[in-house]
Design a protein around this ligand. Structure first.
Ligand code: C5P
Length: 253
């Protein structure tokens, strides 16, 4: 039996060559890392939850007309996605002050921002994904002005969709990160949402209690990460309503 070809292994996912040209199999690992992988652990069930949650968010985005790389879920840990050229920038959208922005600007965590604020970081683990400006992006050719306009438009549409979806289940979308890929169609290109959208890449706070339901639970040692992600999945109807905090999540189709 032929072994499939691994294209890339990151901190939380592995990418394999897909069955058709232009496709990739994205495998979600249980590994959790923070602070540029200085802190790491294996959280049993995390990969299964993120696979299912990312499918749920990307499918929903597709329904409202936001293009994504998602094609279909293959099994508990894998999904088939379109192969894209990843633009080497992380696009962060913030609705409330938190994390590195609160620290950098001396803001209270949870302070409402006057409007959604978009930030860009260079995707470079060795440098710790530094914050960069538009000037850097254009001068170093990481993206064109048109690319950046399209990326910001995509990120703000994701913000509107995800904020509403989360509000509906009693959760505030504090901030999130997306990655964007370039898809070629002959001589034409379009930009689509790639990578993953999951509690690994968002800050999610319970509206009533302020409880954190995202990767900060791991970053700040606030409890069991799989329990937090299970709660998000349960509220969104991705897991059955009676799912107890579990080690090995049960999927519904
Ligand atoms: O750490 P910081 O406050 O800059 O993170 C902002 C948002 O972007 C958070 O939701 C965080 O989970 C996400 N993020 C990410 N991957 C990174 C950096 C930030 O998903 N490498």
């Amino acid at each position: 039996m032929a072994r499939r070809k691994k294209i890339y292994e990151g901190k939380a996912k592995i990418l394999y060559e897909g069955p058709e040209p232009g496709t990739i199999v994205q495998y979600f690992k249980d590994d959790a890392t923070a602070f540029n992988a200085e802190k790491r652990d294996v959280i049993e069930g995390k990969g299964v939850l993120n696979n299912r949650l990312s499918e749920f968010f990307m499918t929903g985005l597709g329904t409202v007309g936001v293009p994504t790389h998602f094609l279909k879920r293959l099994n508990m840990r894998e999904q088939l996605v379109r192969q894209v050229e990843i633009i080497p920038l992380e696009i962060i959208v913030r609705n409330l002050a938190a994390g590195t922005m609160a620290k950098r600007l001396g803001l209270e965590e949870g302070e409402a921002l006057p409007r959604p604020i978009v930030e860009y970081c260079l995707k470079d683990d060795k440098l710790g994904d530094p914050l960069v400006s538009e000037e850097h992006i254009f001068a170093f050719g990481w993206a064109s002005q048109q690319d950046l306009d399209d990326m910001v438009a995509l990120a703000l549409r994701v913000n509107d969709f995800m904020s509403g979806l989360m509000y509906g289940v009693g959760i505030k979308l504090v901030d999130f990160k997306i990655e964007v890929g370039r898809l070629w169609d002959g001589d034409f290109q379009r930009l689509i949402v790639a990578d993953e959208i999951s509690p690994d890449s968002c800050r999610l706070w319970d509206i009533e209690t302020g409880q954190k339901l995202d990767k900060d639970v791991f970053r700040r040692d606030l409890g069991n990460l799989a329990d937090a992600y299970t709660e998000v999945a349960r509220r969104l109807g991705v897991l059955p309503a009676n799912a107890t905090p579990i080690i090995k999540p049960t999927l519904i189709n």
